[in-house]
Write a new protein. Structure first.
Ligand SMILES: NC(=O)c1ccc[n+]([C@@H]2O[C@H](COP(=O)([O-])OP(=O)(O)OC[C@H]3O[C@@H](n4cnc5c(N)ncnc54)[C@H](O)[C@@H]3O)[C@@H](O)[C@H]2O)c1
Length: 260
């Protein structure tokens, strides 16, 4: 239990599944009231209902992080329901796989809109409020795919690299106003994203990714949520502008074959 999270109010986007759902549950477990925001109203409702059934405080909203009015409505819901806003977790992201020369402009725009513009909007609309109150914490979900390139994911690589540097700019601009801004860079995590590939391809995805991570397995959503909660709490009071890698060691490796 991280005491400083008790009584705080948070928004978590893409909280209907995977890393976002685990983060919403974990924050609620620490006593934070959570706005569970997701493109799927059904998934958001289910996560919020489970938190409330477990004795926590949560409310659901169906929203799209790429739509300014829905981002503003999500912030307003936090204020109307819980009376404030302390923590924003901009977690939504979208990947569409294709070699760069085959990416349509529409696909490029979708990936940038959700992953990078969605993060921008999530920060843009909460910062004036946080600056007025002289405190606040923002945690963005980037990726190891924002640190290095992947075959077939160039639009996602570009968008996540943007999230990392946008995090740094926002941290620099708002540090003197009591606001900390950080991001997490997960390696491959066992979420619905893998399941959407279908049963056989999901197993293949998990096996190949497990082999690529020095730890020998892919991560679980809770292993990212614990880092997000640390960054959202006062335990990390001197950390801002950081991109924290949580990746089972994959970015520690040059990629060269083992020598011994
Ligand atoms: N799973 C991984 O291996 C992995 C690795 C690194 C980074 N990430 C990042 O973590 C974040 C969460 O990924 P996950 O794998 O937990 O996701 P997931 O696939 O388990 O769930 C994604 C959720 O996001 C919601 N969503 C999609 N578009 C949205 C939008 N425009 N607005 C609001 N909600 C939206 C979906 O409805 C869904 O409930 C993403 O930013 C992703 O890029 C994931």
């Amino acid at each position: 239990m991280t005491a400083s999270l008790g009584g705080r109010i948070a928004i978590v986007t893409a909280a209907g599944s995977g890393i976002g759902a685990a983060t919403a549950r974990r924050l609620a477990g620490h006593g934070t009231a959570v706005v569970v925001a997701d493109l799927s109203g059904r998934r958001a409702d289910e996560v919020a209902a489970a938190i409330v059934a477990g004795g926590g405080r949560a409310v659901a909203i169906k929203m799209d992080v790429a739509v300014p009015e829905r981002v503003q409505a999500t912030i307003q819901l936090a204020l109307d329901t819980f009376g404030g806003l302390d923590i924003v977790v901009n977690n939504a992201g979208l990947a569409e796989a294709a070699p760069l020369h085959e990416i349509s402009l529409e696909s490029w725009n979708r990936v940038i809109a959700v992953t990078l513009t969605g993060t921008f909007l999530g920060m843009k609309y909460c910062l004036p409020l946080m600056r007025r109150q002289g405190r606040g914490v923002i945690v963005n979900t980037a990726s190891i795919s924002g640190i290095a390139g992947d075959y077939g994911l160039s639009s996602y690589n570009a968008a996540k690299a943007g999230v990392i540097n946008l995090t740094r700019s926002a941290a620099r601009e708002n540090a003197r106003d009591g606001i900390r801004v950080n991001c997490v860079c997960p390696g491959a995590i066992n979420t619905r994203a893998a399941e959407l590939l279908g049963k056989d391809r999901a197993e293949d995805f998990r096996r190949r990714n497990a082999a690529a991570h020095p730890i020998g397995r892919i991560g679980e959503p809770d292993e990212i949520a614990s880092t997000v909660c640390f960054l959202a709490s006062d335990e990390s009071s001197f950390i801002t502008g950081a991109a924290i890698v949580v990746d089972g060691g994959i970015t520690a490796h040059t990629g060269l074959p083992d020598m011994a």
